[in-house]
Design a protein around this ligand. Structure first.
Ligand code: NAD
Ligand code: UGA
Length: 459
């Protein structure tokens, strides 16, 4: 049988994955109508805003892609059931956070949004529908999705595929337009070829990998675990470099030149953040325990343990260098997003470092080009305020540095590489420190301006 022709796609979930992914599909396939649905009215409203700078997420290049396709064959709506009913193919791109209570709390994925999507699909779909798992899921979730779909009203049929997303935030459009690979897992060859045909409009055939459902689901968790493991590995070596006089950037360069190791993902820093690495490893750990593989579970758990240790290590070290107390001292925090070029703060290492510093009584002046005050209030669990143990958001490094005893650089925004150190140092209370956890600032210039400088991984 030939692969069915796909004329209409619906994507449930207009988040960091659903929005950009569908924008690129619509851009590259003008003959397909693409509708992104979400229950969150505010988010859908932002996707529809006339001013493209007000889209709900910030990604370089996203505004141009949305600007080209929106209104032509890309639509954003809260009419979930209507969009499902007319779709030949439905992507599920909803959130799958770590469970906060009940069995598996703190490790297993909370699949309630996946289940709700499957139930909506079972009810609202018409005819034959290809269902694509785009969210990151525990291996064998497709079985549960299939059971729910099959238990729905008669007269409909479904094929379930796994098509995990490998984009990274900040480079989402580049990653989607030129992926290393596209992974499609499934049982129905026609459904697999229908999805491969969509990607085939812009992805080379040899980059489209086909596997069984379970390999596809597990490959996503494994890819994130391997990437995060490299970061914890290099961060562990950074601490040893500081103790021994080695330099972690030189070590990373030397080991990365070995083609078997490779140079990517060897940048030491304050620990990995982002919505997925921690949650996906914890999910892997939970799955290993579920299948009785305790030693395998402990092996992967260490990647997260080391990451948390790294965040606390930075705040402890700062207190130490600032004469053992930071109570009432002003500290400038440079960057709050979990990495540069995104407004996302989920699991940002800056959150833990700031919480530790607030606990010690510091007055934080935070500067970040994209993160809004409301988000920081949620992350730090209290509104902006003045004085000991409080934080404020300011709009420049100079404003943050005014009267500060230290600056701590936590996100590698390009603008932090171009600080006018003599001007900034003159604003600070001496002796003053720069703690650079990303090796992004011009440390030599900061030193020349009279600051004490600590750079992560520099012995
Ligand atoms: P997100 O929280 O930004 O977006 C999910 C959206 O789904 C939300 O807007 C929510 O309102 C909506 N939603 C939930 N249930 C719904 C329902 N029943 N009907 C309609 N809308 C519903 O999440 P995200 O970052 O886009 O991640 C989505 C999935 O993709 C997760 O499984 C994540 O692990 C995975 N992933 C994320 C990234 C990333 O960079 N963020 C990369 C690869 C994979
Ligand atoms: C990561 C993966 O890179 C994507 O392939 C995956 O699709 C995604 O998770 C997901 O499943 O959500 P993302 O979290 O957006 O993407 O960003 P990364 O660039 O991977 O960075 C994650 C964290 O690791 C950041 O805090 C970053 O600063 C840190 N990092 C990254 C380092 O500390 N060192 C490095 O060498 C690389």
């Amino acid at each position: 049988m030939d692969a069915p022709t796909i004329r209409s796609i619906c994507c449930i979930g207009a988040g960091y994955v659903g929005g950009p992914t569908m924008a690129v599909v619509a851009d590259r396939c003008p003959h397909i109508q693409v509708t992104v649905v979400d229950l969150n009215e505010e988010r859908i409203g932002a996707w529809n805003s006339a001013d493209l700078s007000l889209l709900p997420i910030y990604e370089p290049g996203l505004d141009e892609v949305v600007g080209r396709a929106r209104g032509r064959n890309l639509h954003f709506t809260t009419s979930v059931e209507g969009a499902i009913a007319t779709a030949d193919m439905v992507f599920i791109s909803v959130n799958t956070p770590t469970k906060t209570h009940g069995v598996g709390a703190g490790q297993a994925s909370d699949l309630k949004w996946i289940e709700a999507s499957a139930r909506m699909l079972a009810k609202a779909a018409t005819g034959h529908t290809i269902v694509v798992e785009k969210s990151t899921l525990p291996v064998r979730t497709a079985q549960a999705v299939k059971s729910i779909l099959e238990a729905g009203p008669a007269g409909k049929s479904f094929a379930v595929l796994s098509n995990p997303e490998f984009l990274a935030e900040g480079s989402a459009i580049r990653d989607l337009e030129n992926p290393d690979r596209v992974l499609i897992g499934g049982e129905s060859q026609e459904a697999i070829e229908a999805l491969a045909g969509i990607y085939g409009h812009w992805v080379a055939p040899e980059k489209i990998l086909r596997t069984n459902l379970w390999s596809s689901e597990l490959s996503k968790l494994t890819a994130n675990a391997f990437l995060a493991q490299r970061i914890s590995s290099i961060n562990s070596i950074a601490a040893l470099c500081e103790a021994t006089g080695a330099d972690v950037r030189e070590v990373a360069n030397a080991i990365g030149a070995d083609s078997r190791i490779g140079p990517k993902f060897l940048t030491a820093g304050p620990g990995f953040g982002g919505s997925c690495f921690q949650k996906d490893i914890l999910n892997l750990v939970y799955l290993c325990r579920y299948y009785g593989l305790e030693d395998v579970a402990s092996y992967w758990e260490q990647v997260v343990t080391l990451n948390t240790w790294q965040q606390h290590r930075i705040s402890r070290l700062m207190v130490n260098r600032l004469f053992g107390t930071i109570s009432g001292k002003r500290i400038a925090v440079l960057g709050f997003a979990f990495k540069a070029d995104t407004n996302d703060t989920r699991e940002s290492p800056a959150i833990q470092v700031c919480l530790d510093l607030l606990e010690e009584g510091a007055c934080l002046a935070i500067v970040d080009p994209k993160v809004r005050e409301g988000q920081i209030s949620i992350d730090l669990g209290k509104p902006a305020g003045q004085g000991e143990g409080n934080w404020q958001l300011v709009d420049s490094v100079e404003a943050a540095a005014e009267g500060a005893d230290a600056l701590v650089l936590l996100t590698e925004w390009q603008q932090f590489a171009q600080i006018n150190w003599p001007a900034v140092a003159a604003l600070m209370r001496q002796p003053a420190w720069l703690f650079d956890s990303r090796a992004k600032a011009d440390g030599a210039a900061a030193r020349a301006a009279g600051l004490n400088v600590w750079t992560l991984g520099e012995g």
